[in-house]
Design a protein around this ligand. Structure first.
Ligand SMILES: NC(=O)c1ccc[n+]([C@@H]2O[C@H](COP(=O)([O-])OP(=O)(O)OC[C@H]3O[C@@H](n4cnc5c(N)ncnc54)[C@H](OP(=O)(O)O)[C@@H]3O)[C@@H](O)[C@H]2O)c1
Ligand SMILES: [Zn+2]
Length: 379
């Protein structure tokens, strides 16, 4: 019984999955005598929480059970705390999948409900509830953004064919731009900015949140005319350089309204390729991104950065667009070509592996989309 209504709450929560961030997606069902009295979900920040929506039934809530996928809040945010509303409504029992990892809550909502005599059951469909809001849980529990790595490749694994910009067809590219809308930040490398001159903006632009655009540019060789430096009032740009980067380009970027920060560098180059002299420490970059409030980061870069994120186990999700073409693989152009293979041996595997449990595949016109959750490799 509890399972059934909580499953429904999870289904409702999913309706707000793309609009609720940075808030979690939450759904609620109010039930009495096995009958559903009301259903609700949290649509976006500043709008009523799912619990508040179902409590609109007023007196009918007396003696009812409230099913919700996350612990009701007990802090005053943009809306009053749900725990207080639940107590005032006369709801007898609350069934919640998971405690809220937000340090302002973390069990405080349950404590408040129990102290007012409301029965609380928690832990039902706990894993499903975490899976629904992975970036919210990761960010609040670890302080690190949820990282999605996106890559387009040919059947023979080529990501960067010389002289060709597009590997996939327009439908996949549109899909990729929508992915930008679902993230708080996007990251690329200076080599991609130089080769492709991308804007890195979410599209359609209407209704999307501001996107923090991050460029890793150790020696500040970005052109002041790069398209990514446009539209700063809507989508700010952060350029991350290495210590000792020249001052002149830094001042020029800052005068354009671009933020420039220095990050630490890895002692040994992460890649044997000659361009990378001082690879920026990616964990330091993630900390800079988190400091600016971004919970989610999309990596949309060339093979070097793409493989670096995967190799170092810093990616949580991999979205691959596979085009039905052979492009001829040259050294340095494939997904993992940035890493060195021992003579006669295989390249070292990345620290993360796709999780078959949550893999999703779809056709996008002639292309194939493979969307994987990633997990630390065992053994
Ligand atoms: N198929 C796709 O999905 C896709 C997507 C984007 C781009 N691309 C293609 O990728 C090509 C560029 O690839 P790329 O691999 O050379 O570029 P990239 O991964 O976009 O950028 C690499 C650059 O980032 C800087 N960097 C700083 N810290 C780093 C670190 N820890 N590890 C690695 N790099 C670091 C280095 O700059 P310095 O050289 O100054 O040291 C390095 O050259 C272009 O041809 C572009 O068209 C393909
Ligand atoms: Zn609430």
């Amino acid at each position: 019984m509890d399972d059934r209504f909580l499953r429904r709450a999870l289904e409702l929560a999913r309706l707000g999955q793309y609009t609720a961030p940075p808030n979690p997606a939450v759904g609620a069902v109010l039930v009495r005598d096995g009958r559903v009295l009301a259903e609700g979900f949290h649509a976006r920040a500043g709008r009523p929480h799912a619990e508040a929506q179902v409590l609109r039934v007023g007196r009918a809530a007396r003696g009812a059970t409230l099913y919700v996928n996350l612990e009701p809040c007990c802090h005053v945010g943009r809306t009053p705390p749900c725990a207080e509303r639940i107590i005032a409504s006369g709801v007898r029992r609350v069934v919640a999948s998971h405690p809220d990892p937000d340090p302002r809550v973390r069990g405080g909502g349950f404590d408040r409900l129990r102290s007012a005599g409301v029965e609380v059951t928690t832990g039902v469909l706990r894993e499903e509830a975490q899976d629904l809001n992975p970036s919210f849980f990761k960010f609040l529990l670890t302080g690190t953004p949820w990282v999605t790595v996106k890559a387009a490749t040919s059947v023979d694994g080529v990501m960067a064919p010389p002289g060709t910009r597009w590997i996939t067809r327009p439908r996949s590219r549109r899909h990729g731009r929508v992915l930008r809308r679902e993230n708080d930040a996007i990251l690329t490398g200076i080599a991609t900015v130089t080769a492709d001159d991308p804007l890195l903006t979410p599209r359609p632009r209407r209704g999307s949140r501001p996107l923090l655009r991050v460029v890793l540019d150790p020696s500040l060789r970005i052109s002041p005319r790069a398209r990514v430096l446009r539209g700063l009032d809507r989508d700010p740009v952060l350029v991350v350089c290495a210590p000792g980067a020249p001052a002149a380009p830094r001042h020029r970027l800052e005068s354009l309204g671009v933020e420039v920060v220095e990050a630490t560098v890895d002692s040994a180059p992460a890649s044997p390729s000659e361009g990378v002299t001082q690879p920026i420490a990616l964990a330091a970059v993630l900390a800079e991104v988190a400091r600016r409030g971004a919970h989610t980061l999309l990596v949309e870069a060339g093979p070097r950065l793409t493989s670096a994120f995967l190799q170092q186990g810093l990616a949580d999700r991999l979205v691959l667009y596979l085009a039905p073409r052979f492009l001829g693989r040259a050294e340095g152009t494939g997904l993992f070509d940035a890493t060195r293979a021992p003579a006669g041996g295989r390249r070292e595997l990345p620290r993360v592996q796709p999780e078959p449990r949550s893999a999703r595949y779809a056709r996008l016109g002639p292309d194939l989309l493979a969307d994987f959750r990633l997990a630390e490799r065992r053994g």
